[in-house]
Design a protein around this ligand. Structure first.
Ligand code: AMP
Length: 457
């Protein structure tokens, strides 16, 4: 998964992109990059690691120009290396192309094979690079038309920001898989994965980039839009509401906080926990859902688990050993709250079960008498091919075990997941128009022929 931010028409464009990336850090922590453009010149900084560590004032001074874009990366296609850090930048005889991508292109391997057969030389293992090559070859005149041409036949999920010359272009795939919003800051146009990144720079939210829409902002501020053939239905990723986006954001036009609270309330209706003493969340991603559960059930909400904020997201670690060690480093239970109590632990999802098993052990060791777990998304039984890192079915605990089996595996007294219908009915603008393939197995596209090759690295 990734976060993208772009701004055109502001003298401090790169500095604002930097700020915006702070608000998109949760979408990717492996690498970060900012590229600025001015009168045919481009300047780039890309580095592994966190936004706060990479962009010193000296480096930032090199990023001149009124046009900039930034990217935070969490690899779902291609390995975690500096060559794969974005924004991708190529210089060629037609000028330069800069690209930042959030999503996963399901037919990138086939397109890449075709391009390589024609002589293209790739410099990364990212799926996104195929769009850069296609763009360089596009014959259309205007940047937005070039992008439309380059995206012909490209399948899968993409929210994109592209710089062609001095034009900033934003695009979403016709199914609307990943979010992308557009805002204004005085005269400047701003695009971001989530509205929290517009808030931090003081921009006002104008609207979503529509599914299948391409928006181009020329150097003089003129905005042109191009609507590609609409898809018969939308496949917005419901997991953005469940887990990925920040609760202070609006995505797909709806409030993430409201969505999570509604999920928590619905969960409490479907799987109450009578007799429990209190509810607590696995911070931070399930805080709002736990609040919803507490509101609906009438149980008090306690802060029974403390998260160390200086440790990154547990799951956003490319290897299993990295994940295991981090559970204890990241969470510590409050014994004074838990001792002797029957407790409801609310989390937004169970993926591999590694974090959850570790957490339950911690909660019991802190003296809890009974641990009842409630989950605000249904069992994840399949991989995501559209940008969330849940690639191998074999690693998904719910693909191998029944709910009772999972309860045993993770060591809880009871386990309740929200139903698929319950989840889709609770999120804003549901139940139609969402991709829920990882829960339901209903993949809206044919699965990639070579899923492993999605991870090209
Ligand atoms: P696990 O122990 O592997 O089941 O991980 C579950 C935890 O990972 C939950 O607390 C979720 O909030 C979090 N999580 C779920 N999906 C993802 C994801 N794609 N990336 C990062 N973290 C995730």
């Amino acid at each position: 998964m990734c976060g993208i931010f772009g701004i055109s028409g502001h003298p401090d464009a790169a500095a604002l992109a930097h700020l915006g990336l702070y608000s998109l850090q949760h979408r990717g922590q492996e690498s970060a990059g900012i590229v600025s453009a001015h009168q045919g010149e481009v300047h780039a900084i890309r580095a592994m690691g966190l936004v706060s560590d990479q962009f010193s004032p000296e480096k930032m001074r090199t990023l001149v120009g009124p046009l900039a874009m930034g990217h935070t990366r969490y690899s779902t296609a291609g390995s975690s290396t500096i060559e794969n850090a974005q924004p991708a930048l190529v210089r060629f005889k037609g000028g330069h192309i800069v690209l930042a991508h959030n999503g996963n292109l399901t037919n990138a391997p086939e397109i890449r094979d075709g391009l390589e057969a024609e002589g293209s030389i790739f410099s990364s293992t990212m799926d996104s690079e195929v769009i850069v090559h296609r763009l360089a070859k596009a014959r259309a005149e205007k940047p937005e038309e070039k992008l439309a041409e380059a995206l012909e036949g490209v399948e899968g999920a993409y929210s994109l920001l592209v710089i062609v010359g001095d034009t900033l272009v934003a695009a979403r795939d016709p199914f609307g898989w990943r979010p992308l919003v557009m805002g204004r800051l005085n005269g400047a146009l701003v695009f971001a994965s989530e509205t929290c990144a517009l808030d931090i720079v003081g921009a006002t939210v104008e609207r979503e980039v529509r599914p299948g829409e391409i928006v181009a902002v020329a150097a003089d501020g003129a905005v042109r839009t191009l609507q590609r053939t609409p898809a018969p239905e939308l496949h917005r990723c419901v997991f953005e509401y469940v887990y990925f986006a920040r609760p202070d954001s609006r995505v797909f036009g709806g409030s993430v906080d409201r969505a999570r609270r509604a999920l928590g309330r619905r969960l409490a209706q479907e799987h109450p926990a009578p007799g429990a003493d209190f509810v607590f969340s696995v911070p931070d991603s399930s805080n709002s859902a736990a609040l919803g559960f507490a509101e609906e059930s009438g149980l008090p909400l306690e802060l029974a688990l403390i998260r160390n904020h200086y440790v990154g997201r547990t799951f956003i670690q490319p290897t299993q050993s990295g994940r295991d060690a981090k559970v204890k480093v990241k969470y510590n239970p409050v014994r004074e709250i838990l001792e002797g109590k029957s407790v409801v632990m609310v989390d937004d999802s169970i993926v591999r079960g590694t974090t959850t098993r570790g957490l339950v052990a911690l909660i019991r060791a802190a003296g809890a008498r009974e641990v009842h777990m409630r989950v605000s998304s249904p069992p994840i039984t399949g991989p995501c091919y559209y940008g969330i890192d849940t690639p191998d079915r074999g690693q998904l605990i719910a693909a191998r075990h029944s709910v009772e089996g999972i309860a045993k595996e993770i060591g809880v007294d009871s386990l309740g997941y929200i139903s698929l219908d319950g989840m889709l009915g609770a999120v804003p603008d549901g139940p139609e128009g969402f991709c829920h393939a990882c829960f339901s197995g209903k993949y809206p596209t044919k699965p990639p022929t070579v899923p492993e090759k999605l991870r090209l690295g």
